[in-house]
Design a protein around this ligand. Structure first.
Ligand SMILES: Cc1cc2nc3c(=O)[nH]c(=O)nc-3n(C[C@H](O)[C@H](O)[C@H](O)COP(=O)(O)O)c2cc1C
Length: 337
């Protein structure tokens, strides 16, 4: 039986530690208000302990709508407490991280390690489900050290039975990190085996691949991570293509760069400026021809004003790179320059 539950939208910004900052989220919303935003991964332990150092990361802004908080942890009671606290702030959903392969996370039995322990994962979902009336979701890899399709299907069936409202599938097993290409066949498999909505994620790097993966897998929504940091306007192009809106779209690459750094300054405390700017610049600088050199210069700096000056000077030297034009026409998209 197919579920009547629907997602609020089709387009999702991925949770990315230290990268899905309020600055990136605001810029993405300014290009495309329909995007559903994920927070950075938040430690359930820190949320439950109401640790003040965490406050800049778990703060929700007026542009964070619809918004999904992602938590990471392994203790069912602590996870439930974090769920209750975060859903009390008002959000579309709370998401449980079952995909992070980072060594520091998995050695604590968190993130993708939960894929190896179905009973533990079940306890976590059960206590979180009791703790919140908000939607509950899970973002997961398709396995720990291999893609065993039977295990994967059993795992997602367990999630559905325990009351999870939707699942994001990044179809690589955890030990692969980002190696090989995401196997979207497994997104289609998930879609055919559970009734709750499935969001597919992994390797969407152009509007066309996004639409092709959405259509081919039959999933309910697509999530974009790295490419959305490099091109925060990618969701706008996808929306235009999906709605067959004929549209000429000009993006000011230079101004978007400067504006995002400005928002980092506005929303985050000074101790986080350097790391968050560097995370953003590492992806965004790929938009320009001498991006590698530009990033090498930016990463030496700690002051946002100096970084903005370097960017300003770069575009004075390379004015033809400051603006990019797209033409979206009846299901086709052309980059004009
Ligand atoms: C810098 C960075 C940080 C990430 N942090 C998280 C995280 O906190 N939680 C999570 O579930 N996934 C995290 N991911 C994985 C992404 O959410 C996404 O699943 C992955 O990047 C694949 O999507 P993409 O090919 O569109 O980038 C992170 C990825 C990157 C590149």
């Amino acid at each position: 039986m197919k579920s009547m539950k629907n997602l609020l939208g089709k387009l999702f910004l991925a949770p990315m530690a230290e990268t899905s900052t309020p600055a990136l989220r605001r810029v993405i919303k300014e290009f495309s208000p329909e995007v559903v935003l994920f927070s950075e991964m938040l430690s359930a332990g820190a949320i439950a302990a109401r640790a003040s150092h965490n406050e800049p990361m778990d703060r929700k802004y007026d542009f964070d709508d619809p918004y999904i908080y992602q938590i990471v942890g392994s203790n069912p009671h602590v996870m439930a407490e974090a769920c209750a606290i975060l859903s009390g702030k008002g959000c579309y959903a709370v998401d449980i991280n079952m995909g992070c392969p980072n060594h520091d996370i998995v050695k604590r039995g968190q993130g993708a390690w939960l894929l190896t322990d179905l009973e533990k994962a079940k306890q976590i979902i059960r206590s979180c489900r009791k703790a919140t009336r908000a939607r509950l979701s899970v973002k997961m890899r398709t396995g720990w050290d291999g893609n065993d399709e039977n295990n994967f299907v059993d795992f997602i069936a367990m999630l559905e039975n325990e009351g999870v409202d939707f699942i994001t599938v990044h179809p690589r097993y955890a030990k692969l990190g980002f190696r090989r290409t995401a196997d979207w066949r497994l997104v289609a498999l998930a879609k055919s085996r559970v009734s709750i909505p499935i969001i597919g994620n992994g390797d969407i790097d152009t509007p066309d691949t996004g639409i092709a993966k959405l259509m081919d897998s039959g999933c309910d929504g697509i999530m974009i991570g790295r490419e959305a940091v490099k091109s925060p306007w990618i969701f706008k192009l996808i929306s235009d293509l999906l709605s067959d809106r004929a549209n000429d779209f000009t993006v000011d690459v230079r101004e978007t760069f400067l504006r995002t750094l400005g928002y980092i300054k506005q929303y985050l405390p000074e101790r986080l400026h350097r790391s968050r700017c560097h995370r953003f610049c590492a992806y965004y600088a790929k938009n320009v021809y001498y991006g590698h050199e530009l990033f090498t210069m930016l990463r030496k700096e700690t002051s946002i004003c100096i970084m903005q000056k370097i960017i300003h000077d770069y575009f004075l030297r390379n004015p033809h790179e400051a603006v990019r034009q797209y033409q979206v026409k009846k299901g086709d998209m052309f980059e004009i320059n």
